[in-house]
Design a protein around this ligand. Structure first.
Ligand code: G6P
Length: 614
């Protein structure tokens, strides 16, 4: 996730672009840059690190220019450094981009074979080259820069929001959108482009939200819009009345709620470019293990992680054992390093961390490496310490997570673990091509399944009223949904300050059953699965003792209604993918209970987003 801003009009726009980037910094903050056209020449300034570094560089030596673009980066391809910071330049063209170009390697090779020289490791630079090449002989009518942009877009696969400038055509900026957000702000005599409304809402309240496939040509006094076919299109502006603070949360009351709603897009980003449906396989070129290691040498997978990441690791164990038939252990990183871990050169260690900076996880992965294990990190932050110290990294593409309680980082970790397990299973022959195809086809539908779940949150307001006075909750789950019960309990504790415990359903009779009364709600994760009948009996035990039950159950399951006071429905999906779906109602449940209680949802007391102490 990155932030983009663009301007064309009568003002010297450097400060305006920097101000826009500041409001987009929540989208990424590992480097930033701007480009301005001044007297027919484009000047670019970029800086590694937070935006303040770029601001300092800019104000030391201000750059004039009435046409410009800016970018704040969240690295996905190429480490965060000045060379990889946007804007990227090729010939007379500069480009800023948010998204992932899936076929960038093939395009880069092709461009290099025509003598094009690259200065960065990014997928974005190829876009600048493609537009620059096309500008030499733009085909199709209309503005030449727009024609060149459309020729470049025809070559791209993946997700993008793009804004571009050319020295040869200082009368316009051009913009395009496919699967990454982009808005155009309209004003009198000046026009704006941005990833998100708050970037420029100080200057205009009239916005066009581009559709996928749309392109736009921004002149100082008007904007021309085009559909995916390149035909002129009418795009009615909407008037935005949000206040600027809620705008950064895109109208959501809290970042956590926004991040819950973002999950379909972020899961799709994490899957993007990694599914080879034709062969029922997964492409994980980033895990460059020696040939044959997975098939012949791997004996043991060892997961280390903390907090929510630990819970995704527990799901990972089920996936790795059921899909790839490799013995897998999962340890809390803080415990692992002081135990006597049995790991060696036949072990693959998976270190899971959103931030990539958790001290315990870092210490655990160092311990695993000392013992000869190869380490794959599943991590959300490029060039973080854990990413750097691991042998390989599978990046989740959750984008910056601001809410302290982790939501989209968790589900993108589950997505990465699922891909990894299928990848390992295919190499070990425990999954054949047909099964791989079936699993991956279903995985592709998960974002739309989750979209359906997050768009229906009214039921949670009622639950919050009815249940938020309870002093303690019990969360139950079995099998692959047991870690989801743990995660549900953790979410509720973290943000509502209500005590909650997660338990394996079958263990309830060995202790917690003694606690059951009508003031001790039980949340049971009970989708249709091979252990459904067993979980159902546990529910009967709860009901017989007067407990109040909230059940997460499969659509169409009417039996559950006899034993649950409230049923939160999820569509049927295969067991391997269930956690991605069953966790959503639990995130929403915790959120709405916390919000009803009025706690500080995004920054709960005593917690920190990144824990760099042991
Ligand atoms: C903190 C955060 C949790 C997170 C845990 C592990 O406790 O509040 O949300 O799950 O650290 O963090 P990591 O960045 O390693 O996933």
């Amino acid at each position: 996730m990155c932030g983009i801003v663009g301007y064309i009009g009568p003002r010297d726009c450097g400060p305006l672009l920097l101000d826009g980037l500041r409001r987009l910094e929540y989208r990424g903050y590992d480097s930033a840059g701007i480009a301005l056209i001044d007297q027919g020449k484009i000047n670019v300034r970029r800086a590694e690190g937070k935006l303040r570094n770029l601001e300092a560089a800019f104000y030391r030596e201000p750059m004039p220019g009435k046409v410009g673009i800016g970018h704040t980066r969240w690295a996905t391809h190429g480490r965060p450094c000045e060379e990889n910071a946007h804007p990227h330049r090729a010939g007379s063209v500069v480009v800023v981009h948010n998204g992932i170009i899936e076929n960038h390697l093939a395009l880069k090779k092709e461009l290099q074979s025509r003598g094009r020289v690259f200065e960065s490791d990014t997928d974005t630079e190829i876009i600048a080259h493609l537009i620059d090449e096309a500008l030499a002989a733009p085909q199709g009518g209309g503005h030449p820069l727009h024609a060149a942009l459309r020729m470049a877009l025809a070559r791209l696969e993946g997700a993008y929001a793009i804004v571009a400038l050319s020295e040869e055509h200082p009368d316009v900026i051009v913009a395009a959108r496919a699967h990454s957000p982009l808005v155009v702000g309209l004003a009198d005599g000046e026009q704006f482009a941005a990833s998100d409304v708050p970037a420029v809402m100080e200057h205009t309240r009239n916005f066009v939200f581009l559709d996928d496939g749309d392109t736009a040509v921004l002149y100082a006094d008007r904007v021309d819009f085009f559909d995916g076919e390149g035909a002129a299109a009418v795009r009615e502006p909407k008037r935005i009345n949000w206040d600027p603070v809620s705008a950064e949360k895109q109208g959501y009351k809290h970042f956590m709620l926004k991040e819950i709603h973002e999950q379909p897009a972020r899961i799709a980003d994490t899957l993007r470019g990694r599914i080879d449906l034709e062969n029922g396989n997964v492409e994980l070129g980033e895990v460059d293990l020696p040939e044959g290691f997975i098939r012949d040498q791997l004996k043991h997978v060892q997961v280390v992680a903390c907090g929510t990441s630990y819970h995704s690791g527990l799901v990972g164990r089920y996936l790795m054992e059921s899909l790839a038939r490799v013995h897998t252990s999962v340890d809390l990183a803080s415990e692992f390093r002081y135990a006597s871990p049995v790991v060696d050169e036949n072990t693959l260690c998976i270190a899971i961390s959103q931030s990539g900076e958790t001290a315990d996880t870092l210490a655990a992965l160092r311990e695993a490496r000392r013992n000869g294990a190869r380490v794959v990190a599943i991590c959300n932050v490029m060039e973080s310490t854990i990413a750097r110290e691991s042998d390989f990294v599978i990046y989740t593409h959750a984008g910056p997570e601001i809410g302290v309680a982790s939501t989209k980082a968790f589900t993108t970790q589950l997505t990465a673990l699922f891909l990894l397990a299928v990848w390992v299973g295919r190499q070990r022959g425990t999954i054949d091509g047909a099964r791989g195809q079936a699993l991956l086809t279903e995985a592709r539908h998960i974002p739309s399944v989750i979209e359906g779940l997050v768009s229906n949150d009214e039921i949670y307001l009622q639950i919050a009223k009815d249940f938020s006075h309870a002093r303690s909750f019990l969360f139950l789950g079995r099998g692959i949904n047991y870690p989801i019960a743990l995660e549900g309990a953790l979410k509720l504790k973290e943000i509502s300050y209500i005590h909650a415990e997660g338990y394996a359903s079958g263990e309830m009779k060995h202790g917690p059953i003694a606690l059951i009364d009508d003031d001790f709600p039980i949340v049971v994760v009970a989708p249709r699965s091979k252990t459904y009948e067993k979980t159902f009996s546990n529910l009967e035990e709860v009901k017989a003792r007067g407990g109040r039950v909230i059940a997460v159950a499969t659509e169409g399951d009417t039996d559950i209604e006899r034993h649950a006071d409230v049923v939160l429905r999820v569509p049927h999906v295969s067991e391997e993918l269930q956690p991605l779906v069953t966790v959503i109602p639990l995130q929403l449940l915790s959120y709405y209970i916390a919000d009803f209680k009025g706690t500080d949802v995004d920054q709960p007391r005593n917690l920190a987003k990144s824990v760099t102490v042991e």
